[in-house]
Write a protein that binds this ligand. Structure first.
Ligand SMILES: [Zn+2]
Ligand SMILES: [Zn+2]
Ligand SMILES: [Zn+2]
Length: 331
């Protein structure tokens, strides 16, 4: 369940169609972050990534491959500087030199070996080099180790992260940088997350009851249970008069939620148990709920569901005595 204010702000933005895809941005100072998340919620760069990860765990968002980032295998930092060293002797006394080939004799050497004043002369056959592409050509750059003399087009690279960990090419970690969008079943969960029964609780308080939404209460077993709304006859009442649990999915909900709700409700000894579902319960679940004497409320949208819950609760609670709907002491 998401309680964080930032998550709600994001969910609201998705629901209102203000954003459909969270695109990552990778920068040297900020690492992987999501500018839209920061803009909508005021989160810092690090929190923006965490927030999306948590919404993925909730099943609301789904991630997809977007970019990648090389990170330090020890500390995860993406901030590196790079040094090179000789593959043969490990020395870092290395210079970078353009290589020339004298086509007439096949001599390949660094440019400085050919250089004589403003002319280029072959050190092997002593002939002057006249025109590039005709009697000599460039071979790109080589790295020259002055300790052992090795020429190498690609010496060993060492990546040193901001925390001083040194890694070679094969040690570095490739981190996936995902983008996020609403998951196939995400809309239904999002609807539920945005349901706020605070107004219903206020309304019930104005009728003289005591209500909390959401509510966490300890059952007889010692387990703390969460409900979307709990109503007591008064603030001093030992047990709740009614407890409401909301569930949402993209398809009719099955009997597992009925059993879970019943177990919570019995443990807190609630007078009535109301199970609210978006969009509905499937038929076996509905049969089971009714068999247990639970109140079932179903609606296609959050606003309809809230209205239904309010009406049902007012009807139930304003009867002289709430009928105890949970089976007596079944454990
Ligand atoms: Zn590191
Ligand atoms: Zn030559
Ligand atoms: Zn060397």
């Amino acid at each position: 369940m998401i309680h964080r204010r930032e998550a709600k702000l994001l969910l609201r933005a998705i629901k209102e169609g203000r954003i459909s895809f969270f695109k990552p941005l990778v920068s040297f100072s900020g690492g992987v972050h999501y500018p839209e998340v920061q803009e909508i919620t005021g989160a810092d760069p690090h929190e923006s990534a965490e927030l999306l990860e948590s919404l993925e765990r909730e099943g609301i968002l789904a991630s997809e491959e977007a970019e990648n980032l090389i990170v330090c295998p020890v500390c995860g930092s993406h901030q590196f500087f790079i040094q090179i060293r000789c593959r043969t002797c490990g020395s870092m006394k290395i210079s970078k030199a353009p290589m020339l080939e004298h086509l007439k004799c096949g001599m390949i050497e660094t440019e400085d070996v050919f250089r004589q004043g403003d002319r280029l002369v072959c050190p092997k056959c002593r002939k002057p080099l006249t025109a590039i592409g005709v009697d000599y050509r460039k071979h790109g750059y080589f790295y020259h180790c002055s300790s052992c003399g090795r020429f190498d087009p690609s010496p060993e690279k060492r990546y040193i992260c901001q925390n001083g960990h040194s890694s070679g090419d094969s040690d570095l970690q490739l981190k996936r940088v995902p983008g996020y969008r609403l998951s196939p079943g995400g809309l239904a969960i999002l609807e539920k997350e945005l349901i706020d029964l605070g107004r219903v609780a206020q309304r019930l308080q104005s009728l003289g009851f005591y209500a909390e939404a959401p509510a966490r209460i300890r059952g007889k077993s010692g387990v703390v249970h969460e409900f979307d709304l709990v109503v007591w006859r008064s603030k001093d009442s030992a047990v709740p008069s009614a407890a409401v649990s909301i569930y949402a999915s993209d398809r009719p909900l099955d009997s597992m939620i009925v059993l879970a709700t019943m177990a919570k409700s019995i443990d807190v000894a609630s007078g009535a148990t109301l199970i609210a579902a978006i969009p509905s319960l499937d038929q076996p679940a509905r049969n089971l709920a009714e068999g247990y004497g639970m109140q079932v409320v179903e609606a296609g949208s959050a606003s309809d569901l809230i209205e239904e819950i309010r009406t049902r609760l007012e009807g139930m609670l304003q009867k002289p005595e709430v009928v105890r709907s949970t089976p007596p002491e079944t454990y």
